[in-house]
Design a protein around this ligand. Sequence first.
Ligand code: TRP
Length: 365
Amino acid sequence: MEAKEKVILTGDRPTGRLHIGHYVGSLRRRVELQNSGLYDKIFIFEADAQALTDNIENPEKVRQNVVEVALDYLAAGLDPEKSTLFIQSQIPELCELSFYFMDLVSVSRLQRNPTVKTEIQMRGFAGESIPVGFFTYPISQAADITLFKATTVPVGEDQEPMLEQCREIVRRFNFIYGDTLVEPNILLPDNAACLRLPGTDGKAKMSKSLGNCIYLSDPADEVSKKVKAMYTDPTHLQVSDPGHLEGNTVFTYLDAFCSDDQVNAMFPEYLSLQEMKDHYTRGGLGDMKCKKLLMSVLQDTLEPMRVRRAEFEKDIPAVYEILRKGCEKARETAVQTMDEVRKAMKINYFDDAALIAEQAARFAK
Ligand code: TRP
C-alpha cells in the first residue's frame, strides 16, 4: 500500500487580531512544522463561516478581521509557498460534505460535545434558541478537516472534543460507504503553559472581551506596559517575602516563552529558569526583575513579527492575492476529495456507466 500523505490542517476564526496565546498554543508550532519539511501538504485557513455561527450580530467584524489574521499569519512566519493559506467560505465543497455528515450525527451526540455545551452556557443561549449553525459547527469542522484528508491537526486542548467527534464521523462514513476519509490526530502543545495561556490579569483565558491580551501586533511600548501591569502573586508584597509560582502569570508566560539560555544571558546568577523560580519561592527576588526578563523575551519573539507585518501592510492587495491563490489551491484538493466522496456514496450517477446500463436492462424487460 502506498504510504499515506502527511497533511497538516488547522485554522482560526477571524474575530480579532491573534494574540500570544494563539502563538504559543498553535501558531509557533505551525511555523515549525511548516519548516520541518516533514509534511506533504499544509493547509491553514480562516474559519470565517464558523465565526459567523456566533457573531451573526456583527458580520462586519469577521469581514474586517480576515486581513488582520492573514497579516498575523504572515508575520508569524507562515510562508504561502509552503503553506496553503485560504478562507473557509470560498470552498463550496465544505458545505456539500457537511450536508452528508449531518446524516451521521445525532442531536444528542452534538449536545454531549463538551465544547458546544460550555459555549451554549457561556453565551447564554437559552434552551432551543441556539442557532442551528452554531449547534452543528462540530459537523462543519469535521468537514474542514476531512475534505483535505488532514492527518495532523495542531490546535489547543479546547479543540479535543471537536477532533474526537470528527474521528467518529470518519469511522461512521467509512463503515457505511467504504474506506474513503482519513481519521485525523490532534497535535497538542508539548508544554503545559502553552495549552491554555492565561490572560495578563491571571484569568483562565486570554480573550479580547476580557481585555487581557497581548497581541502579536502590539507595539513594543504597549507590550511593556501590559507586562508591568501583569498579575503575579498578591501575597508577595516585599521582595524578601517568599513568592508563589502557582497562578503567577509572569512565570506561566516565562514557561511558555523563555529558554534557560535566555535566563542565563540576562541574569548570569541563574543557570536555568528553575533556579530563578527557586529563588522567587525562597524569597528575595522581586517581581520587577522577573517582568524585565519577560519583557525582553517577548520583545525577542515579537519584534521580528512586527518587522514582517509592517512589510506586508505596505501592500494589502497583495495579501488578498495570497489568500485568493491559496483558495484556488485548496479547492484542487477539495474537488478531488468530493469526487471520491460522491463515488463512495454512489451518487456520481452520470459517471456510473454500470448503473445506467443496469437500469436500462431493468426497464428493457
Ligand atoms: N474551532 C477552531 C477555533 O475556534 C477553528 C477551526 C475551524 C478549526 N475549523 C477547524 C481548527 C478545523 C482546526 C481544524 O479555534
